[in-house]
Structure formats: C-alpha cells, structure tokens
Design a binder for this molecule. Sequence first.
Ligand code: UDP
Length: 488
Amino acid sequence: MADLHIFFLPFLAPGHMIPLVDLACIFARRGIKATVVTTTANVPLIQPTIDIVNAGDASLRHPIQLLPLYLPCSEVGIPEGHENLTAFPDPDASKLVAATDKLELSFSLLLQTHRPDCIVADLFYPWAIHVAKQFATSLISFHGSNCFVPTIMSILHGGELNQDEIETERPIEVPGIPSKIHLSLSQLPNFVLRPAEFQKKMRESYSRSHGIVMNSFYELERDYVDRAPNSSNRKLWFVGPVSLQNRDLDAKIVRGRGAASMDDDYFLSWLGTKTPRSVLYVCFGSLGRFTATQMREIARGLEATDRPFIWVVWHAGEPSDWLPEGFENRAISSGKGLMVQGWAPQLLILNHEAVGGFVTHCGWNSCLEAITAGVPVITWPLFADQFLNEKLLVDVHRMGIAIGAKLCSLKPEERTPVKGEQLTKAVDELMGNGEEAEERRKRARALGETARRAVEEGGSSYENMTRLIQELISLKAVGGSSEFTEAS
Ligand code: UDP
C-alpha cells in the first residue's frame, strides 16, 4: 500500500476528541500513517489511547504520533490552560472557538514541516479549508454527528420557521420524512433557529472540502442519507460506530478520561454482583450540568426505583447541598447505587451484561454507544442537537422513552425541571417486564447487532473506510490535492 500520511485535528471537547482519535486509530490499524494534532493541555487526555494502540497492535505499520500546539488562551480572555470545553462552567463553545481560531498559523507551520497528504479536521475548524488549500492537501471534514440532524434542520429551514414562536412548546410535525416526528421550536438549538456567522463558515468549509466523514452507519439512517442537504454533490462516508472498531483494545483504552473517582476494576466488580440487565446507567455526557433542585429530583427518582444504578455526576460543591438528606446512606452506602463524581468508563459500563437501561442526554456519541451496546434508553436531551438525536432513538428506532424535556438550553436554570416521579416512572417502564418493554429491548439488541455487522469486514462502514482510503491514495497519486468545488 502506498504510504499515506493523514493529520487528524479534533475539536477540544471529549465528544469531539474521542471519536476523532478513535478514527485516527482505525486508519493507523489499516496501514495509514496517522498524526493527531492537539493543544498542550489536551495531550494527557489523548496520549494514553495512542500508547495503548501503539503497544497493543503488533501489526501497526506506523506508530500513531501526537503533536502539540500552543493555544493562546489569554489572547481571547480565557484563563491559561482552559483548553477543553469541560473546563468552562457552561458548555458555550464560543470562547474556546475564538481561541482555536488562533491555531491556524501554528497548524500551517506543522503542515509545512510534515507535509501530510490529507487533513481530517473537525467541522469546528472552518479555517482548515484555507490551510488545506495553501498546501494543496485534501481536506476531509469530520462530522461527529449523523445525517438525520442536518436533514431535519434543512427541512425546518426550508419551511416557515416563525421566529416569534421560538419559545413555544407547541409540537409541529416535520413534513416529508418517513417517520412521524413532532418537535416544538423550543426544542431546537439556536443554530437551527438563527444560523450564526460561525455556522455559515462551517457550512462553507465543509462544502469546499473533499467530503465528509460521519460517525454513523448507513443502516441506521438509510431513509435519511439521500435527504441530507448536499447529499447529491458531496462525498459522504459513513464509517461508524468508530468506538466499536478498537474494541479488541478497548478494555485498556482510557478514552478522553478526566479525573476518575473510581478505577475500572471497581465498576466491573460492582457490576459483577448484579443480575443481568438489572442496572440503570445514568450519565449526561461530559458537559451536562443541572441546578441543585434538578439534582435532588434525579436523586429522588433513582432512590424510588427498585433498580440498582450508576449515576455519573458533574456537580460542583458539597453533595449535601444538592442531595436529599440521607440519600447517601440509603441509596449509596447500602450498595444499591454507585455515584461517580467525575469520569466513568462509559463503554465498559454500557457493554456489561448487568446493564439494562441508560438515561442519556442524547449526545451523539452516547446515542451510538447505547445503540452498539444494544441498551434501551431514557432520553433526557439538554441542548445542541440532542433533541433531534432523541427523535432518532425514540421515534425512528423505537428503542427509548422520552423523559419529556421541552426546552433546549445551555443554561440549566432555563430548562423545565423534570420531577423525580417522572424519572421513576420512565425507569419502571423501560426496565419492567411488560410486552412493550420486551419489544423495545429486542429492537435495541437487533440494532446493536446491525452496528457490529457494519464495522466487520464486508460491512457497510468497513467497506466505506476501504473506499475512502483508496480514494485518498488515488488523490495522492494525481498530485495530492483534491478538487475544491465552490460553496454550493
Ligand atoms: N464519557 C465517558 N465517561 C463520562 C462521560 C462521558 O466515557 O463520564 C464519554 C462518552 O462515552 C462519550 C463522550 O464521553 O464517548 C461524550 O460524548 P457525547 O457526544 O455523548 O456527549 P457530550 O459530552 O459531547 O455532550
């Protein structure tokens, strides 16, 4: 195989970094020279994964490299070292984006030295297209989401979005798609309602890139692929779920880990004491934050179920300020539940046979991880594209129950509170023995099997990866640069 060298540039948040680093590992394990570029403070989050793949796969032709860049935080008024979205009290990415906009020059200098044949850059780096052009290198945009979201977004944009009704919780039916989906405008993120300058730049960048790689798989969205905007004139490669493809090394991979409060063995031995499919896993991604009142309601809801649970918590301050009195004694010290303050090994947990349900905020990685593990979900979206992902899980694939969240907002205090009783009811419905629950479990398991087949040799994602690699090799043979079309 011709030597191909690819630079991978993940955005600085776990939900972006984890899948793009996984993708770099997949390329490397298929014989490609892969270099991940990140900022200095993010090196410790990525290096362990790379070390494990470098040491664990004896057939690797080139060890994966990691190159650091200096992020000039103070130039944009953020504290030095705040180089990951998890470091910000609210998950508004705009300040971090302002800092990463300053990486263009130092990234160009790396390109000048290393001359890769291709850049795979997160959509959050709209400037990557200029750098790629400057060095006559192909740019592939990495979209860590799915086709369903942009499809629904473009349908809604094409229709009459009444800006005065943005706050409204009245559901409208999305026209022209095979599944019946109702959404209220209050569930849509700002970037759908009022496309901002950054969104425009992103769109321009990916429409001029050589194509888009998506962490999704064809069978999951076959009804939406052709409906996606630009689907006829953009190259699109579904190569996911990427997390499944390093599975043989996964047990050892510390994926984008923050500070963990317990080690993996502790979870495994705790889960080992529980009966199959009895445990509820509750995690709102790396950025999900709540008010103290909402935290208390979640605790009340969990305590009132009969199910053991693992609850991942990112709440600051003393637990006594946001937990019902006596909760720790009754629900944690008793052995019923685990409360993890900090990072939990989500893949390890979801794939344990003791886990039978997942309360998720519907970040796309968590959705895919639930799908691949075949675990049914309770959907509790908070912001960004999460309400749209919820629809894919609940209305299209019918593997989940919606908790009933109504308002898409980065600000916890703006969201409609969910009562503990709502959570308990949804958990009982999801994990109970009724026929509907059983059918839901079957559908989730079947989708998990489809996902696994997609990444096996001969499967859709596996073959898409092969085609993508071949295409990049051919591009290199004709001079290394892709044909940039003008923005459409
Ligand atoms: N994750 C994890 N442990 C945690 C929290 C998150 O392993 O305690 C991982 C999760 O498995 C997923 C990623 O972090 O791969 C979060 O991405 P997602 O798109 O679900 O949500 P985001 O954090 O971007 O909102």
